[in-house]
Write a protein that binds this ligand. Structure first.
Ligand code: HEM
Length: 321
């Protein structure tokens, strides 16, 4: 990085005054810090991005080379989820203006677009035979257990909207009641017994408490609730409406569809390969058309809601199954 202003005695003095002010404010002696600068090492790229550590985080469980693709793509996705959560949290706690909403939602949409476009790495980028083998060595782990995915949902919409019956009158229901109704708890169900899978049980053990606390913390500051207030003050512009619809469709239709496409690609071929998911009801559960999930229902017409995920769904089944 190069200095932006050419050095001049006046500029030097200005900088020293600012530094003096900064260090004095915390009772520190500027001279000592300036002397320290003489010995401080230059920052290196590899230290800054913690490259060496980052590259040690891929630890396959089998010897199949493609397993690393699977691990890394999940890690990449989790980092994008982290970026999305960072924007949602800043928006939730920040200025409730159209400009701030547009800035944050457009960033989120950019991240979602990258995720949706790159999902082909999963759909076509791995050897199916290798996949079927290393997948068996990973049971009962599943992306289903991605806590960041669940937190994005909790921070984006109302708890009633995450239930399997958003139109029901939920008056009087507590946060606890509503968390117990969240849709994905019916997701990981064993086809053979109808019971909760170990995948789900383990997730609930690790994150159950965090789910409840987060749900409670964001009851009044989730995006859908804040959007209601934005609408009341006439700040929902056409542009922002389009952006929010894009976010909703990206998360609840297009990403889910690309993801479903990967499940169809690898898991739908033989009945016995159902075992590779721990024998779950994923065919009934994963398609966005069946999930019919939306963060911002008031931004869609009833016709759009009736056809939720339909065109894409049919395209996927026609092309891949
Ligand atoms: C070849 C790639 C993939 C396949 C075949 C696959 C398969 C599945 C299946 C079958 C399920 C249903 C639950 C279960 O049976 O375990 C599921 C759920 C899920 N997976 Fe994946 N997955 C893949 C990649 C990914 C990636 C890269 C992510 C990114 C984090 C991910 C995140 C999720 C999430 C969040 C769920 C829960 C979705 C919901 O509740 O609606 N998956 N996956």
């Amino acid at each position: 990085m190069r200095p932006t202003t050419p050095a001049s005695p006046d500029r030097w003095k200005e900088l020293l005054d600012q530094l003096e002010h900064k260090y004095q404010a915390s009772g520190q002696d500027l001279n000592s810090y300036l002397e320290g600068l003489l010995y401080t090492e230059y920052l290196n790229y590899w230290d800054y991005v913690q490259l060496d550590t980052l590259l040690t985080l891929q630890v396959p469980r089998t010897a199949f080379p493609d397993e690393e693709i699977f691990i890394m793509y999940h890690q990449i996705t989790e980092l994008y989820f982290k970026l999305i959560l960072k924007e949602i949290k800043q928006l939730s706690a920040g200025e409730q203006t159209t400009a701030n909403w547009e800035k944050r939602i457009s960033r989120i949409n950019r991240y979602m677009e990258a995720l949706i476009k790159s999902f082909d790495v999963m759909v076509d980028g791995m050897d199916p035979e290798e996949f079927m083998k290393f997948r068996m060595a990973l049971l009962p782990a599943s992306g289903f257990q991605s806590v960041q995915f669940r937190i994005i949902e909790l921070l984006s919409t109302k708890l009633t909207q995450l239930s399997n019956d958003p139109d029901k009158d939920w008056t009087g229901a507590t946060v606890e009641d509503l968390v117990d109704q969240i849709y994905w708890q019916a997701g990981a169900t064993e086809l053979s017994s109808g019971k909760q899978t170990l995948t789900l049980k383990r997730f609930a053990e690790k994150y159950g408490r965090q789910m409840r606390t987060t749900a409670s913390d964001y009851q009044d500051t989730n995006l859908a609730t804040l959007l209601g207030r934005l609408q009341e003050t006439d700040q929902l512009t056409d542009n922002l409406r389009v952006m929010l619809r894009t976010f909703d469709a990206s998360f609840n239709i297009n990403w889910r569809l690309m993801h479903f496409k990967s499940a169809v690609r690898y898991l739908q071929k033989e009945p016995e390969v159902i075992a590779a998911t721990g024998g779950t009801n994923w065919q009934k559960y994963l398609p966005p058309r069946f999930q019919n999930r939306t963060f911002f229902p008031e931004l869609w017409t009833s016709e759009e809601r009736a056809n939720w995920g339909r065109a894409w769904f049919e395209e996927v089944l026609a092309g891949v199954a």
